[in-house]
Design a protein around this ligand. Sequence first.
Ligand code: ATP
Length: 467
Amino acid sequence: MTAMTTDRPTAINPDPRISMGEGSLDAQSTTPSAGPLPATQIHQMLRQQWGDALLRRLHGIGRIAANLGTPAYLVGGCVRDFLQNHPMPDIDLAIEGDVRAVAEACSAELSGAQCTYHPHFGTAILRYPDGFQLDLARCRIEHYPAPAALPEVQPAAIQADLIRRDFTINAMAISLDPEKFGEFLDPYGGRTDLQRRLLRVLHPHSFLDDPTRILRGLRFAVRFQLQLEASTRDLLEEALTQNIFARLSGARLWRELKYLLELTDLPAALEELGAWQLWPLLRPTPLEVEPLLAKIRRGQQEIHWFHRHFPDEKLCDAAVLLTILWRDIPWAAEKRLHYWPVTDGRYILNDLHRLSEIPAALAKASHPSAVAQLWESLSLPGILALLAEYPETDTITKSGRYYLLKQRGLTSPLNGKDLQAMGLAPGPQLGKVLRHLHDARLDGAIKDKETARQWLIRQGILPSIQP
Ligand code: ATP
């Protein structure tokens, strides 16, 4: 039984010298930490970075929330990104009270803002007519009934809301209250850690409570070039020794792995994954990383190529990259992939069996239809994963791209209904005729209904007297 409360031992204890943005000494060294960050300065920085229009909106929300007796704060990733002067982040607000009341009052009083309330999560979204949106959530404390279980949640004040968070860099807030607009809350020294590029959990049980934080941390480490702080590294090792990921549901693990695989700087993330001893989460057997990274970069190129040409089509990018990562897994270990927590895993396994055979078969294929059939035997992620094994100028890459661009969308000019109207009986035979028509279209033997009809007559499938 674990609970994220302030009275438990913490990896870092809230330090009065650090809180409210005061200059301080770091708990682990005597290097001076970030200096004070007064509300007036934050106010000025907000204006410079986010502009007057947004600042007015934040003042408006702060005023409405205060009138309802429910203070509002900027919180989490948006404060972290603001301190780093990163481009406009997604904005999260924490409300010390009734989120719905605040969101509805904002919607009524602020010009054009629409609110959507999600009672199940106690969250709301405020959407402005220009497309800008803000997420509102109730300040809360979380209690973990068991390691890696989902937390039980209770309303709380902002201080408790900050300690339930994953890392010090994500546990900072800025008050929107009109009396103290811009006041900076940083009880765990997140700003100093950010400046020192350190990733630090808030208490020793953090990774055991929620192992997804390990993968979140890895993403932050890569995105912001952070190092694991020493005691956090020990806690990671301890969590891995306890095999904590085995307790996490497959769906939650796969969701985090997907986010990881979708990082633009995936090669850096995979290198970090090795340093954090986390490779077993992605692959049952070790592999040589350098050649893999080249393939991953090629895979990312093919994914971009696909999205550029088919902007409306869905593709699971992570499945392409996972297929690349799972290539060449010895068959003895392959069985373990069946139990991998990948919701889209089945077709990846099928692809893995086909991938090695396809290049030789393509070389032998004599007709466009035979080539198309080979590509068709793979899933879309499987095709792109195979292309990633060859340079962009290779004939295999050209063949795969040609299939996706030109051949995949071709259909037979006559469908089942047309054939039945011509007198063919429904059944498996009809299916075969449709398949032949499709191949004939791919091979350029037919192009429309009339040439298809003549082709059927030439094949002896339709009698020549047919109109
Ligand atoms: P980004 O959206 O840029 O990836 P973010 O920090 O905003 O970064 P979110 O997933 O939107 O990421 O989470 C918002 C905030 O909620 C985080 O900054 C953190 O404070 C908190 N948070 C999210 N997930 C967890 C978690 N598993 N454990 C503890 N706190 C979390």
